[in-house]
Ligand binder design. Structure first.
Ligand SMILES: N[C@@H](CCC(=O)N[C@@H](CS)C(=O)NCC(=O)O)C(=O)O
Length: 214
């Protein structure tokens, strides 16, 4: 049977698309990495299903094409297709818990990055560094404990997505203090090392466009 063809469409940044790009790479699935400029996106926004990115177009073996929105749905599609979603319903649900928590974390970060008022932005930065980031780091450490993976006994998209978000944070905040809990976390550093043993992920990271500091 012919393989499915994938197109991941997003901006030229990691953001909400990178975990899906990493999951496809982990599974050794080729995909078309489409990176739009703001101008290109504005031209197609009104004719897109939700007026939001990322989107993932999948062309099935019979030629049918479906465009999925919502980063969580996209990565779960890839996870189900490639055995990256745990081995039982309990494990898959725990993967969902981790992914939902990452979404809450991402939402907090987005509020900060899009804040225009400099005073509010400075306050939010303090809150992120003192409270938000340490709280999420502690939560992910509690889930992982001293196991190899976040959930179950093999890599899932929960591992990939946790790795991806902290990888982005490390680039965004070159200020050590902001991500010191992550940098000092033996458990999450261990997870990153495990994720990076995957050849597809290693290759993707070596060759992807270098993430920019926001
Ligand atoms: N829940 C959606 C959120 C999508 C979203 O907010 N996308 C932003 C970028 S991260 C976007 O499309 N912004 C451009 C726009 O609204 O035109 C998801 O996870 O995919």
């Amino acid at each position: 049977m012919a393989a499915k063809k994938y197109k991941v469409i997003y901006f030229d940044s990691p953001g909400r698309a990178e975990a899906t790009r990493l999951a496809l790479s982990a599974a050794g699935v080729d995909f078309n990495d489409v990176r739009l400029t703001s101008e290109e996106w504005q031209k197609m926004k009104s004719s897109s299903p939700q007026g939001k990115l990322p989107m993932m177009e999948v062309e099935f073996a019979n030629g049918k094409k479906t465009t999925f929105c919502q980063s969580g749905a996209m990565i779960r599609f890839v996870a189900r297709e490639n055995d990256l979603y745990g081995s039982t319903n309990e494990e898959s649900t725990m993967v969902d818990v981790v992914m939902g928590t990452l979404d809450d974390f991402f939402t907090e970060l987005i509020k900060f990055f899009f804040e225009k008022d400099e005073t509010k932005k400075a306050e939010q930065k303090v809150n992120l560094g003192k409270t938000v980031i340490p709280t999420f780091v502690k939560y992910f450490e509690d889930v992982k404990k001293d196991k190899d993976w976040m959930v179950g006994t093999k890599m899932t998209v929960a591992d990939i997505a946790v790795f991806s978000l902290f990888d982005q944070l490390s680039v965004m905040f070159d200020d050590d203090d902001m991500v010191k809990e992550y940098r000092n976390s033996a458990s999450l550093k261990g997870l990153a090392e495990k994720v990076l043993t995957n050849n597809g992920i290693k290759k993707w990271i070596e060759n992807r466009p270098k993430p920019k500091k926001t």
